[in-house]
Ligand binder design. Structure first.
Ligand code: SF4
Length: 331
């Protein structure tokens, strides 16, 4: 099996007590069956505590959050389970976080989640991350439509190339990503591979752009599930930032994370718009870009209901029509 990961992936280390946020705050941690069974039988004080705080919710075992924190969190920033039993005793969610594994059967792509502050720093300091690939033991068959995957891999390379274009203003590059994404969707639907004329696409985008509706976009996000008071406050008092090349790095992160997922249902457009909407929101909220992006990811990407609401909203939310998205970028 071929495994590809950004070069910085292996350098990630949790900074525990130094972390300005924490993955042990606010989130309900889902505990996998193996770990839950182990915790329920564990003798001693730690076992007793675990039995008190594990609860069943919608058929899943989750760790109850107490006063906004995981009850296993210690005041030195370390996890009690890890400190007393070692890393291997953690449940899968905590063992993996913030590592992402996209498994397609005969190949895997690894990455880091933007919702971890330390990972966010590593992600955002790379204009264009380098990737390393290697073979590992075991080979499972491809679990996807090979023709569709070939189109998605090829078009993702192309969109990465567009995002690497640093001579144009950031907002124009993002508009080009949106325009090219529609061409990529056509190719995914069976259209022949075609050239992409960026100048012509930009002219078309400028003509098509309508007045954007930032209040409607903010209103849409206000109605999603919200975890932290900080996020609510940002939604109420946005302080739009200037476009910055870091927004292209962010777009690259979203493309890397979501583009190939279209192989599951052939819907590239909603993932493409998720990328553009995410960049628009992070820029609209302003503040320290790294912190805003990390919080965005914590609030949105780590809540599957929120991600799905945006994927649906890409088609039915009036704020997210193509002309308005282009307007928010170009007008
Ligand atoms: S968010 Fe990241 S750096 Fe912070 S405690 Fe969790 S894994 Fe460590």
């Amino acid at each position: 099996m071929r495994i590809t990961k950004p070069k910085y992936y292996d350098a990630f280390r949790c900074i525990a007590s130094e972390c300005p946020d924490s993955c042990c705050k606010e989130w309900d941690v889902q505990v996998d069956e193996t770990a839950a069974a182990y915790y329920r039988k564990l003798p001693g004080a730690l076992g007793d505590r675990l039995r008190e705080v594990l609860k069943e919710e919608d058929g899943e075992t989750v760790m109850t959050i107490i006063e906004g924190r995981c009850p296993m969190w210690r005041s030195d920033g370390l996890c009690r389970i890890q400190a007393e039993l070692g890393h291997e005793a953690l449940c899968k969610t905590c063992r993996d976080f913030p590592r992402l594994i996209h498994d397609y059967g005969d190949f895997q792509e690894l990455g880091l989640e933007l919702s971890c502050p330390e990972a966010a720093q590593m992600i955002l300091e790379q204009d264009a991350p380098e990737y390393v690939s290697g073979e590992c033991h075991g080979n499972t068959p491809a679990e996807y439509d090979e023709e569709a995957m070939e189109v998605l891999l090829r078009t993702r390379d192309r969109v990465r190339g567009i995002l690497a274009e640093r001579r144009r203003p950031v907002e124009e590059v993002l508009a080009l990503v949106l325009m090219y994404g529609y061409q990529a969707q056509s190719e995914l639907d069976g259209a022949p591979e075609a050239d992409f004329d960026a100048d012509a696409a930009l002219d078309e985008a400028e003509q098509f752009a309508a007045e954007g509706d930032i209040p409607a976009m903010l209103d849409f996000f206000s109605q999603l599930e919200i975890l932290t008071p900080e996020w609510s406050a940002m939604l109420e008092s946005p302080a739009p930032a200037k476009w910055d090349s870091c927004h292209l790095t962010l777009a690259r992160y979203f493309v890397d994370r979501y583009w190939l997922q279209a192989v599951s249902d052939y819907d590239l457009v909603s993932r493409l718009k998720l990328t553009i909407i995410s960049c628009l929101m992070i820029r609209t909220l302003g503040g320290d870009l790294r912190r805003t992006a990390q919080l965005y990811s914590k609030e949105i990407e780590n809540d599957i209901d929120n991600v799905e609401a945006i994927l649906d909203g890409a088609y039915d939310c009036p704020a997210f029509t193509d002309d308005k998205l282009l307007g928010m970028l170009l007008k």
